[in-house]
Design a protein around this ligand. Sequence first.
Ligand code: GLA
Length: 350
Amino acid sequence: MLTATGFAPGRINLIGEHTDYNDGLVMPIALRLGVTVAATSRDDTSVRLTTDAAVSPRDVAYVLGAEERDGTWVDRARGVTAMLAREGAAIRGFDAEITSDLPVGAGLGSSAAFAIALLRSLSKLFDLALDDPASARLAHAAETEFAGARAGMLDQLASVYGRAKDALLIDMRDHATQVIPLPSTIELAVIDSGTRHEHATGGYNRRRAECEDACLHLGIASLRDIDGSPLDELLERLPAPLDRRVRHVVTENGRVRRAVDAVRARDDVELGQLLNASHRSLRDDYEVSTPELDELTGLAIGAGALGARMVGGGFGGSIIALTRRGRGHDLAAEALARYRDRGRLVAVVP
Ligand code: GLA
């Protein structure tokens, strides 16, 4: 019996939220936290998974070729093996031990990290020679086509290419990627609000459908095609709430560009303002924030953050707070001391 191990990190996103499935711009940074999968081959077609993560079930088995969705985290594993089979990859059964120091459902890319870690371990175990682009594509297919969350590809690309000390500017139109080193003057506190909302996947899928609907109204293929057009005139042609959704996506792409300039110019104050503006847009126009995320970003700013915003898909999860280097732990402690729910500091980046 052979054993092979794969690791993949979670991510934050400096700015550029809900732009990925609109062919827009994103700026992820990899966390040092992630998911490790140690897979051991079997002689039959059974898959047995055990995990130390705070999820249910913790032990589960299924049979290759009989993958059926049940709405739990296991769908990511079933999706991965079903997508590998669809591509003709020769795998047998395996036992996998999953260990994770990345909180689940905290908006930090844990689903993608798990799928990529599993693909990396299976690639070694069965000599599949999957490279990073192939792993990202298969993990994304597992998420969207099998698990039914119509997510963009931010999390998968961030997990395979992300770096802990730099942001990556990724243009989702062609996946062109540039490394944007973070100034040594700043850090980001990643704070989990401790709240998860059950309707998150439904809400997310609805936002994506609204963007597609807006494209139909405007006769364009993707919201990225709006770049450079006078926005107000276009928005007038859209019924509510599609106008607000489009305004978020278009202005968010603009904020990503300005954030790249601010990082390069080491203008930390401007970067903080852009994070705040991103949060307001996600809250008011895209309507994916929650009272807890709003409260926590406000408390972080009250504690001296240069800027703060929700991160990831929203409907619960985490915030990032931008501060001067060395201040992250104190800032998080101060914000959390006043926070109504039970949140926690997950990481200080880089
Ligand atoms: C989730 C999705 C990503 C992306 C973000 C929002 O993390 O998985 O594809 O859409 O939300 O930016």
